[in-house]
Design a protein around this ligand. Sequence first.
Ligand SMILES: Nc1ncnc2c1ncn2[C@@H]1O[C@H](COP(=O)(O)OP(=O)(O)OP(=O)(O)O)[C@@H](O)[C@H]1O
Length: 256
Amino acid sequence: MPAEPESKQRLLATAGVSVHYGGVRANDEITLAVDAGEIVGLIGPNGAGKTTFVDAITGFTRYTGTVELGGTSLDDAGPHRRRRAGLARTWQAGELFGDLTVAENLIVAVEGGGVRGALTDVFGRRRRTDQAVWNALELVGLSELAEHRPDQLTLGQQKLVGVARAIVGATQILLLDEPAAGLDTEESVAFGGELRRLSASGLGVLLIDHDMTLVLDVCDRVYVMDFGRIIATGTPAEVSADERVVAAYLGSAVTS
Ligand SMILES: Nc1ncnc2c1ncn2[C@@H]1O[C@H](COP(=O)(O)OP(=O)(O)OP(=O)(O)O)[C@@H](O)[C@H]1O
């Protein structure tokens, strides 16, 4: 077997991940990898099993198979330990707190325990949090908007706050579940540029989105899921030319 190129550092590796919901085989033997600095797409029709996969690897739903981060198994770890190990996710409905500033939205996420507890925490802990919050905002290019409220931001910027909120603290892999939903073409292009900048910092990104232009533009590799299985994988050019993928998902939208 050919050796992996030395420059690639494997961060996330799953093997044979399967999830059953009653009689539904929501994930069927999913084997997938994300390297440092890489953006990997996971696409497929509604109900294909994409969110289930994120739920499984982040420890929110039971699975069989194996999930490793940096060569260490996470299979016995709950969601909090997986997050502390460096696996971060966004949620499909990732609304921000409208009454809090951008920075406060991140502080609440990292410290938990409610808004008041987070904002009145002891001095030392706040300082560490402030640094982590600042770093996350820097990574998505929003540090100048830290004291703004969400309604003073464009929708694209609000989406980036959601990304920053997910990566506060040590993060190796970022799992993005439909992060560009609702963005217009221009905002989606700008969002994609920020994702590329973010991955260039060494983060591995798994991007789930129905915006095919975004996925095919920013991803290094793409996995295509249908009925819980991976039906194709390759570069954006390879998967968009794959007949099975076109039949299952892409239709004429991308090929035209
Ligand atoms: N908690 C659950 N209990 C039972 N069935 C579920 C549960 N979550 C998902 N499913 C089923 O598992 C299958 C995969 O759903 P999933 O939400 O993972 O798909 P998806 O690819 O993320 O879809 P979408 O693109 O619409 O978000 C579907 O048949 C769904 O109805």
